[in-house]
Design a protein around this ligand. Structure first.
Ligand code: ARG
Length: 482
């Protein structure tokens, strides 16, 4: 029999979640992962109520003990989740009543699910940033290690996906490093701006009770509490920023994925088609497909879609809490899970990339790739760059004319006469000539590698301090002082 989804719920549901629409109103599938943050918020709230004299120390002890029991039940899978209780907050409160009796009714003193959910989300964000930033640090580590190994391996650099000028594999990999490094910067900044506790804002207008929001903030490792209760319960900016940051991580990851797909194709053959790239075909016995990189590329849509979904939920909402806000969690969880999975898959992929050095170097020695160097050589003879550009362009066209044989070296004569200037078809020498800062030349690349290492050390330090805050929350739930 198909159950009537509109039937009123039975059981221990409190009055505010009873009613025919209850199944439609529920958010348990998306807010269950918030349980640990919800418990931490409740423990800090109860402790604050004790400090300001609204609860006795015996009551604080009983409530905190009950909340920690729930923490253990959630962790070991024994917690009796009840979808008819709408959300994680009510599930915890009802269970607390079962465990400690009527004193549980004091938990919600001076608190609303509105400031509660806003708090849970900020604690979740902190943890999510820690998780994703940890992955990105691993990815940076892998890119940097590979860049060091391939620092001197020449490869063609592309614009418009046309061969342009020689670079090195190390320089190319570091370009990806810096993209992900900006992502880390954004994520840490997002976590920093989110570090404001909304607890104590109540439903929207604070409380007649002498609450101390700064005290709960401190217990939850927030440097500050909210300034405005209306803003505190409705502000979802941190989540939007997080999902934007993640969407951009996904876009950056998809760019790297695309290059792996391209460079592993027979046409490029810059990468060996090893098993690390993915799997085979169920039909074509010869196939080695770069599935991992393709899926990293393909899943980007989920993160970008999440950003659009979240912004659309928020658009036009009046202050303060509106039930629409419940719809904020699904896109956030989706973006976090997607990016977490993609970056986790990219790390071993990057570590295993097997470059065909000989092929890369031969491709980088294409005479056309030296055309700009030749024009710059004329500049050194006092020829204005525009004129040099035209002269070399004519030489390139002439060199392309011979129907057979290997291409002749590119050669051009300065208008003032003298012997023709010619460049050997040597990609290493071409890369070696590049002296400008931030370029692929050996000196500049050594500087860049050093700076990347320094930056990565800084990121690791930021990650450790964020991890310490997350651990403080876990300790509060597991065993901290009552
Ligand atoms: N489940 C709700 C959410 O995720 C919690 C807040 C409910 N507040 C309310 N006034 N109904 O947003």
């Amino acid at each position: 029999m198909v159950p009537d989804s509109a039937a009123p719920v039975a059981g221990p549901a409190p009055s505010y979640v009873r009613g025919p629409a209850a199944p439609f109103l529920g958010s348990l599938p998306v807010d269950r992962p918030m349980a640990v943050y919800d418990l931490a918020g409740s423990i800090a709230h109860v402790q604050m109520l004790g400090t300001v004299g609204l609860l006795t120390s015996a009551e604080v002890g009983t409530l905190v003990g009950g909340l920690r029991t729930i923490g253990r039940e959630v962790a070991n899978g024994a917690f009796p989740w009840r979808p008819e209780l709408e959300d994680v907050h009510t599930n915890v409160e009802v269970r607390l009543t079962e465990l400690v009796g009527p004193v549980a009714g004091k938990l919600h003193t001076g608190r609303s699910r509105n400031d509660q959910v806003a708090l849970d989300e900020r604690l979740y964000l902190r943890d999510a940033v820690r998780r994703i930033a940890g992955r990105l640090v691993d990815l940076e580590e892998a890119l940097l290690a590979r860049a060091q190994e391939e620092a001197g391996t020449p490869m063609p650099g592309y614009t418009h996906l046309q061969r342009a000028q020689p670079v090195t594999v190390g320089h190319h990999l570091l370009a990806h490093f810096w993209r992900f490094d900006r992502d880390l910067d954004r994520l840490f900044a997002t976590a920093g701006r989110a570090d404001v506790s909304p607890l104590g804002a109540g439903a929207l207008a604070g409380s007649t009770l002498p609450l101390d929001p700064e005290e709960t903030a401190r217990r939850l490792a927030f440097p500050a509490a909210f300034e405005n209760s209306l803003d505190a319960v409705s502000d979802r900016d941190p989540l939007v920023e997080l999902v934007f940051d993640l969407a951009l991580v996904a876009v950056h990851a998809s760019g790297l994925g695309e290059e792996v797909v391209l460079f592993a194709s027979r046409e490029f053959s810059f990468l060996e088609r090893s098993g690390a790239l993915g799997s085979g075909s169920s039909l074509m016995p010869h196939k080695r497909n770069p599935d991992v990189a393709e899926l990293v590329r393909g899943r980007t849509g989920r993160a970008v879609g999440a950003l659009v979904a979240l912004l659309t939920v928020l658009k036009g909402l009046p202050l303060a809490y509106d039930r629409d806000l419940q719809e904020d969690k699904a896109p956030v969880l989706e973006a976090v899970a997607t990016v977490d999975g993609s970056i986790a898959a990219l790390v071993p992929l990057v570590r295993a990339l097997a470059f065909d050095r000989a092929r890369l170097e031969a491709a980088a020695a294409d005479p056309e790739m030296l055309a700009t160097d030749l024009a710059e050589g004329l500049v050194a003879h006092g020829v204005p760059f525009r004129e040099a550009h035209e002269l070399v362009r004519a030489a390139v066209v002439a060199a392309a004319a011979p129907p057979a044989g290997s291409p002749p070296p590119l050669r051009v004569t300065a208008p003032s006469g003298g012997p023709p200037i010619e460049l050997p078809l040597d990609a290493r020498a071409a890369v070696g000539r590049r002296v400008s800062p931030g370029g692929p030349g050996p000196k500049a690349l050594a500087v860049q590698l050093g700076r990347a290492r320094h930056r990565l050390n800084g990121r690791q330090a930021s990650l450790s301090s964020l991890a310490a805050k997350v651990e403080q929350i876990e300790e509060l739930v597991n065993e901290g002082p009552t």
